[in-house]
Design a protein around this ligand. Structure first.
Ligand SMILES: Nc1nc2c(ncn2[C@@H]2O[C@H](COP(=O)(O)OP(=O)(O)OP(=O)(O)O)[C@@H](O)[C@H]2O)c(=O)[nH]1
Ligand SMILES: [Mg+2]
Length: 325
């Protein structure tokens, strides 16, 4: 008896989908679009800034320093017509150490399973060897590809038209869009274009999910962003953040966060704490402001600085602390 019943159910589901499609067409609505959109390109061009701007929410680390993003991070944009899963990636650069090898592996690994690629560049930078390497890989893939020329607010003379011309010659891109995340130029247009090229598809994530990482990950990134902002030279690249506990108080709108900031050498610990604790206090103050905006509660933030000797010089340790993905 169970077989015919299963068959009957399948048929009903298929019929329901057909009916829904007919209904959408009858109402003159466009089909629902969805897909995975990789944001790739050199470091520091504004990939994470772009995704934050589209989401209208600060969830990704942004820095004036290079190599800010360390993982592939999926961020979900929803509107009535589409769900776009943006995949943020570490920026491309000339490999200099073990940490950069890890970052580049993350970036190249992101090409798997994408429905569309956004390649972002700055208008004043020539095509580099790492761009060429990525283009070779992209050429073998069939999905649509856009070039986004960001920071046009800072472009001079004919930099933008020249960049358009240079990249048009590669024959790789279906669309080339000059944008400015800072001024919000052509961001809406980019979303419209993405929707035009994406396939019909389902929602991959529920509406209330913005980032497919645990809350602790997003919190750690915000703290790391402040370290990037306030410290110099090798310090940003010697740091990772581990959020130990996030406790929501039941008696008041307060979130208690306990986190460890790890450095790679004992000498870096003193720098991060600063004279009389000034540096760590400032990191905590700035992080708390962003965390309060993100969580919508007041935040108590407890930061401890610890040493994990040479974690950033060892492949296995890097993979362990920064995650398998
Ligand atoms: N002038 C200008 N600056 C921008 C714009 N978009 C981003 N930036 C700045 O560019 C810097 C790098 O931004 P990120 O978003 O961290 O760059 P990224 O490409 O994600 O960098 P990685 O994660 O290292 O690959 C930051 O200082 C941003 O504020 C823009 O449209 N105009
Ligand atoms: Mg980034």
């Amino acid at each position: 008896m169970s077989e015919p019943m299963a068959e009957a159910e399948t048929k009903t589901a298929a019929e329901a989908v057909e009916e829904a499609k007919e209904q959408v067409q009858a109402e003159g609505k466009r089909p629902f679009k969805s897909g995975f959109v990789g944001v790739l390109g050199p470091t520091n061009v504004g990939k994470s800034t772009f995704i934050n701007a589209i989401l209208g929410k600060k969830v990704l680390i942004v820095s004036e320093k290079r190599q800010a993003t360390r993982n592939r991070i999926r961020c979900i944009y929803n509107d009535p017509e589409a769900q776009i899963v943006f995949v943020d990636t570490p920026g491309l650069h000339k490999p200099v150490d073990k940490l950069s090898d890890f970052l580049l592996k993350q970036a190249f690994g992101a090409l798997e399973g994408l429905d569309l690629i956004l390649y972002m560049v700055e208008p004043w930078v020539e095509i580099q060897e790492y761009d060429q390497k990525m283009f070779e890989r992209m050429r073998a893939l069939k999905m649509p590809k856009f070039l986004l020329i960001n920071k046009i607010d800072k472009a001079k003379g004919d930099e933008v038209p020249r960049t358009i011309e240079t990249y048009a010659k590669t024959g790789l891109f279906d669309e080339i869009v000059p944008i400015s995340c800072r001024l919000g130029i052509n961001l809406g247009k980019t979303v419209q274009l993405i929707k035009r090229y994406l396939p019909e598809g389902p929602k991959y994530f529920p509406d209330d999910v913005t980032v497919d990482r645990p809350e602790e990950f997003v919190i750690a990134e915000i703290i790391r962003e402040k370290v990037y902002h306030l410290t110099r030279q090798e310090i940003p690249y010697a740091v990772y953040v581990d959020v130990v506990e996030v406790r929501e108080r039941e008696d008041k709108p307060l979130t208690e966060i306990y986190a460890n900031i790890y450095v790679a050498k004992p000498s870096q610990k003193g720098i991060l704490i600063g004279q009389g604790g000034r540096m760590i206090k400032e990191i905590g103050r700035l992080a708390r402001l962003d965390l309060e905006a993100l969580l919508g509660t007041r935040v108590y933030l407890n930061l401890q600085v610890k040493v994990r000797e040479r974690w950033n010089e060892d492949e296995a340790q890097i993979a362990r602390v920064l995650g398998p993905e």
